[in-house]
Design a protein around this ligand. Structure first.
Ligand SMILES: [Zn+2]
Length: 324
């Protein structure tokens, strides 16, 4: 889990594979740390292999189960106890706290009423960037279901990020089992972009708000430009750019974000992200972090197969954040 890398707050860890040291300004890809099974399943799944995984509900379920239970060792999702009773309907009951659960209880993939086969096909189409309306058509499900599934995948991606606790603190809903945030996010949080060694990091900066970006622009001539609704800036501290979106960045007509030749334009990550963010018209600012984290994951996994990467995220437990 993402929390594994938390010991050092200066380290940013993605899937425990990429480590970024804030103090040293270095990124290390720790491929040697991916254990055998994960390394095998992270390999590209071609259409033929995909076909065999999705050939039956049983094979599809087995694919997800490998991500759910390490060495098939089940435990109670509520109290982590390993002493379980099997019920006649296939579910299990905890011998200590009495919690009754099935293999996917409390995990992201339990959110939509999809079968394992449907999830796999959804992930394939999602990875290929097929538009939601076409996914609904291909899968024979409603458009609303497709949007919900996409939202679930994005929240699962967020949960894997080391700055997830900061995102939740900023008002992003972690997922089912958590109350909806009381206040709707008006302006998205501010993210700092770092690109090192071909890896991108979009780091939530809790100390900065959209209004700070505007203040830097008006009083310190920080250059700003925009793509669709998203505003981005010239370098700030060790960040290549700051990015955010929301009405607070466009308080008056005369404020424009049209500076040219910002250094971030040279970034491979940013050209990749810009193409995707350009399509974000009409997306509420509260969803911007989800799309940005999706860009980060897609860019950092561009040499890997997205299906196992997304499956791993989807099979994780939904974090339960205590209400303040
Ligand atoms: Zn229990």
């Amino acid at each position: 889990m993402a929390a594994a890398g938390i010991e050092n707050p200066n380290h940013y860890v993605l899937f425990d594979i990429i480590k970024y040291d804030r103090t040293a300004g270095e990124t290390v890809a720790r491929h040697e740390l991916i254990h055998g099974l994960a390394r095998r399943i992270m390999a590209k799944i071609n259409i033929i292999a995909f076909n065999s995984i999705t050939s039956s509900e049983k094979t599809a379920k087995r694919f997800f189960l490998d991500f759910c239970w390490k060495n098939h060792q089940r435990f109670c999702p509520q109290c982590k106890n390993r002493k379980l009773y099997r019920l006649a309907d296939g579910r299990r009951r905890c011998g200590r706290c009495g919690y009754t659960f099935h293999d996917f209880s409390r995990r992201f993939l339990n959110r939509c009423a999809f079968s394992a086969q449907q999830w796999l096909w959804f992930l394939k189409l999602f990875a290929l960037d097929v538009p939601p309306a076409a996914v609904a058509e291909e899968m024979g499900v409603s458009y609303a279901t497709v949007l919900k599934a996409a939202d679930t995948v994005r929240r699962a991606i967020v949960a894997q990020a080391l700055d997830a606790p900061r995102l939740y603190e900023a008002g992003i809903w972690p997922g089912p089992g958590n109350p909806q945030p009381r206040n709707e996010i008006v302006d998205a949080p501010v993210f700092g972009i770092i690109e090192l060694g071909g890896m991108a990091i979009c780091d939530l900066l809790p100390g900065l708000k959209a209004e700070n970006l505007l203040h830097f622009k008006l009083n310190f001539c920080l250059k700003t430009a925009s793509v669709g609704q998203v505003v981005y800036t010239a370098p700030y501290k060790h960040y290549m750019s700051l990015v955010s979106c929301g009405p607070g960045l466009r308080p008056a007509r005369y404020i424009r974000h049209e500076d040219r030749r910002l250094p971030v334009e040279a970034s491979q990550f940013w050209s990749f992200a810009k193409q995707r963010l350009r399509l974000l018209r009409g997306v509420p600012a509260s969803h911007f972090p989800l799309y940005l984290k999706e860009c980060e994951l897609r860019f950092n996994s561009r040499h890997d197969d997205l299906i196992p990467v997304l499956s791993q995220a989807l099979c994780a437990f939904v974090p339960q954040i205590p209400q303040r």
